[in-house]
Design a protein around this ligand. Structure first.
Ligand SMILES: *Cc1c(COP(=O)(O)O)cnc(C)c1O
Length: 430
């Protein structure tokens, strides 16, 4: 197996090359040349595996021996050293809770796996590896925490001061160690512009290996398959439907990849907010990216979902085949908020806005006549979003990981919206 570019104008890469490059030169996405097939015995034995062992089995065929088995096992156990519980909400619907990791969001898994792969590969380099992340809150927090205390890697994270939620701010500012957090007097776009400039700075590149830990990196994408295997391990009966709250479509593409390697799933539904490029695609089979619209489920505010092409690739770009096992639906913020209230009243469940979008879409699209049952992915803990308390009318208790953070001193540095000021701080770390 090797990785090819979905644009097909770059050479093949092995796992290591694809992880270090992030994206092929032709600006496509890396995709495995063969999808490994697991046999029936593997699925029958899922119950007996720990989540870490499961992660090892799922990831091993994709690594192509470029990380030793011992190291890969260690990486996998560190990546998923938390629960992925399946919680039944109604007779037909269960929540797969992906928020029990260190930053209470599902991106922890991909970020932790990637950080450890980069740490492993960077042992061969003499210069330091520096990961530069700009964040509007959620993603960057998972990446920064994922790289925290990974040997040989420095992290510089930029976020717009005062524009992230309380919990996100705590998660971003209290890390310390190899993570330098900069609170920029500016917007998220300013943060991103500076991050891009750092990554392109030739003089800096001579001093360190700079990388962006981009969300399309295969080391962030592939490990997300683990959730779906973990869900099936705890599932009895006919194959379920998975409903996935989707923005960039990485999580969903990973589930479909798992299915292509033999995981029993009846069908998939993408749950979207007002950013409905993929629901429109499924009606017209025309891909029309649009500027993103701000919504309650803001981690899904994506107008040009980069990973959707990986889904098309799994189906050999055959739209009819895709439509047999895949639907995409969109709901409004008003429906999202109403669903959060309903879920609390009827199921005594506090959902975050992203999970609520998925619950609603699943509930509205299950075929009860054929006895369909489904799992929706609850992708973040509700305390991460200030809107939850506004909508439900009460504050929920902070998980212990957050109250512990609150007692630590803030280690962030305030900085003006100025490239040279940020660059000086970074150079001081090399
Ligand atoms: C990133 C994110 C999503 C969307 O996942 P994609 O893989 O980008 O589709 C959904 N929910 C939450 C909480 C997220 O952080």
């Amino acid at each position: 197996m090797h990785y090819f570019s979905t644009n097909r104008r770059s050479p093949y890469a092995n796992f290591r090359e694809a992880v270090l490059a992030g994206q092929p030169d032709d600006r496509g996405l890396f995709f495995p040349s063969e999808i490994p097939r697991h046999d029936v015995n593997f699925f029958n034995g899922l119950d007996d595996l720990s989540t870490g062992d499961l992660a090892f089995q799922v990831m091993k065929p994709y690594i192509m021996g470029e990380i030793t088995d011992d190291e890969l096992a260690r990486i996998c156990h560190e990546t998923v050293n938390f629960e992925i519980p399946l919680v039944r909400l109604t007779d037909e619907i269960s929540a797969l809770e992906l928020f029990h990791g260190p930053t209470l969001a599902f991106k922890d898994v991909g970020a932790r796996f990637m950080s450890r792969c980069l740490g492993y590969f960077s042992r061969a380099f003499s210069e330091k590896t520096v990961v530069v992340v700009a964040t509007s809150g959620d993603t960057g927090g998972a990446v920064a925490a994922g790289f925290h205390n990974v040997d040989g890697v420095e992290v510089v994270i930029l976020f717009p001061k005062g524009r992230v939620s309380k919990v996100q701010e705590m998660q971003l500012t209290r890390l310390g160690g190899n993570v330098t957090t900069l609170e920029l007097h500016g917007s998220f776009d300013d943060c991103q512009a500076i991050a891009k400039q750092l990554l392109a700075d030739e003089a800096l590149r001579g001093k360190a290996k700079l990388t962006s830990a981009n969300s399309i990196n295969i080391a962030r994408w592939l490990p997300q398959q683990i959730y779906y295997f973990a869900a099936i391990a705890g599932w009895d009966g006919e194959p379920p439907i998975f409903c996935v709250p989707s923005g960039n479509f990485g999580n969903l593409a990973a589930g479909m990849l798992a299915n292509a390697s033999g995981l029993p799933v009846k069908r998939f539904i993408a749950a979207c907010n007002a950013n409905d490029v993929v629901p429109r695609y499924m009606e017209t089979f025309k891909y029309r990216p649009r500027p993103s619209i701000a919504t309650l489920s803001n981690a899904m505010d994506v107008g040009d979902p980069s990973n959707f092409v990986r889904i098309l690739e799994i189906f050999g770009h055959d739209d009819a085949k895709l439509a047999e096992v895949f639907a995409a639906k969109s709901i409004s913020d008003v429906e999202t908020a109403a669903t959060m209230r309903e879920m609390y009243k009827q199921c005594n469940y506090i959902a975050d806005p992203h999970g609520a979008v998925a619950f609603r879409v699943l509930r509205d699209n299950l075929d009860r006549a054929t006895g369909e049952k489904g799992i929706f992915l609850e992708t973040a803990h509700p305390v991460k979003f200030d809107s939850v308390a506004d909508i439900l009318g009460f504050e929920s208790a902070l998980p212990t990981s957050i109250s512990e953070l609150a007692s630590r001193p803030s280690a962030s540095i305030e900085v003006e919206n100025d490239y040279e000021a940020v660059r000086d701080i970074l150079v001081g770390k090399l």
